[in-house]
Write a protein that binds this ligand. Structure first.
Ligand code: SF4
Length: 64
């Protein structure tokens, strides 16, 4: 699984962290999303896809 966050699109809403906190976090200074694990295990796949689906800025790209 390959995950990309377009930080220029991110609006710091936090849904990705709520959906998959093992994979996404937010920067302390501005809330922009960051990856804490860019190669998560297969059991996180559903949560990662959910995070991408609920991102209001469509800033998360997931390639299986
Ligand atoms: S859900 Fe999207 S807009 Fe919100 S913090 Fe995550 S990447 Fe940014």
């Amino acid at each position: 699984m390959r995950i990309t966050i377009d930080q220029d699109k991110c609006i710091a809403s936090g849904q990705c962290v709520a959906a998959a906190s093992d994979v996404f976090d937010q920067r302390d200074e501005d809330g922009i999303a960051i990856l804490v694990n860019d190669d998560p295990p297969a059991e996180d796949a559903a949560d990662v896809h959910h995070a991408a689906a609920v991102c209001p800025a469509l800033a998360i790209l997931v390639e299986d």
